[in-house]
Design a protein around this ligand. Structure first.
Ligand SMILES: [Zn+2]
Length: 302
């Protein structure tokens, strides 16, 4: 799989180096006072950044809602979105490693990691960091501070707008944080375990007092081997959990197998690597966290 990707990325670099060389190189400059053109990697960051930019600029993201960023393969229009932007915001913590490599070969737009300053949690049994820091609202406050500081540096004229938007949004995130604490307080110690396909809730678990387990650690690794499935079946039986969960961006069949084999129900679908589609009730970062917490509470509070 990695072999296939590196061949593909090489051909992308070759094709898009030619493609972009044909475009003028300073298209990213903006009229004074128009704000900034921002491109980001995936929809969760897109929503967070839109809250800070407001009407003072524009935000585009690359990985479509419903897809996950770990193994996303860019299409030609993605490179144009990055080349046209004043800045390309990525999560960092190696989430967009492959995407960054291809993009940095094809454009000279600055790439900025917005998770800077978050204390990384490693993947279980691996030296790599888990990238899913955004699943804890406490970390997203750090993201917002990084983003607003970077926006102001690039566009000092917009400072008062970016700062006011960021302060208002941080206020909403603090309220969200307090709401999460309150909601999960009713879940007993023994039921405080979140079991999903991709073990993506480590940062959430560390901040709000849950153990977390996945069939696999991260989507870019091998997914759903018989050994991974049987480990989880044993674990679900041992921990005597009332519910397991599926993700909007992950194949649900593995967790369905585990549910069938253990008799433990799937309590609902949660959002990890993308916000929800229109009509889902999870179209924003804040609503996606509220949805997740409501699903956890419903499944685990017994
Ligand atoms: Zn993920």
């Amino acid at each position: 799989m990695f072999q296939k990707k590196s061949l593909l990325s090489l051909s992308f670099i070759l094709i898009f180096s030619f493609f972009l060389a044909a475009c003028s190189s300073n298209e990213a400059s903006t009229e004074a006072g128009d704000g900034l053109k921002v491109t980001t990697s995936f929809s969760v960051l897109g929503d967070i950044i839109e809250n800070i930019i407001g009407d003072h600029g524009s935000v585009e993201y690359i990985v479509p809602v419903g897809e996950e960023p770990h193994e996303y393969e860019p299409v030609p229009s993605d490179f144009q979105k990055v080349a046209d932007a004043d800045v390309f915001y990525v999560n960092g913590l190696d989430l967009e490693e492959w995407l960054e490599k291809v993009v940095s070969n094809a454009s000279d737009t600055d790439i900025v990691a917005v998770s800077e300053g978050v204390t990384p949690i490693p993947l279980v049994g691996d030296d790599e960091d888990d990238p899913h820091a955004w699943l804890s609202p406490k970390n997203v406050i750090t993201y917002v501070e990084n983003i607003v500081n970077d926006l102001i540096e690039r566009d000092p004229e917009g400072e008062s707008i970016y700062r006011a938007n960021a302060d208002a949004y941080i206020g909403e995130l603090q309220e969200l944080d307090a709401w999460v604490e309150e909601e999960v307080a009713g879940i007993s110690e023994e039921h405080r375990v979140i079991i999903v396909s991709e073990n993506a809730f480590k940062y959430f678990g560390a901040d709000y007092g849950f153990d977390t387990e996945g069939v696999w650690e991260i989507n870019s690794h091998e997914e759903g081997t018989p050994q991974q499935i049987s480990r989880l079946v044993d674990l679900v039986n041992d921990r005597n959990v009332p519910a397991v969960f599926v993700e909007s961006t992950v194949d649900k069949r593995y967790m369905e197998t585990i549910s069938n084999e253990t008799g433990v129900p799937i309590a609902g679908e949660v959002y990890t690597d993308a916000i929800g589609a229109a009509g889902s009730g999870a179209e924003t970062y804040i609503d996606m966290i509220k949805h997740n917490v409501s699903v956890f509470v419903e499944g685990l509070k017994q």
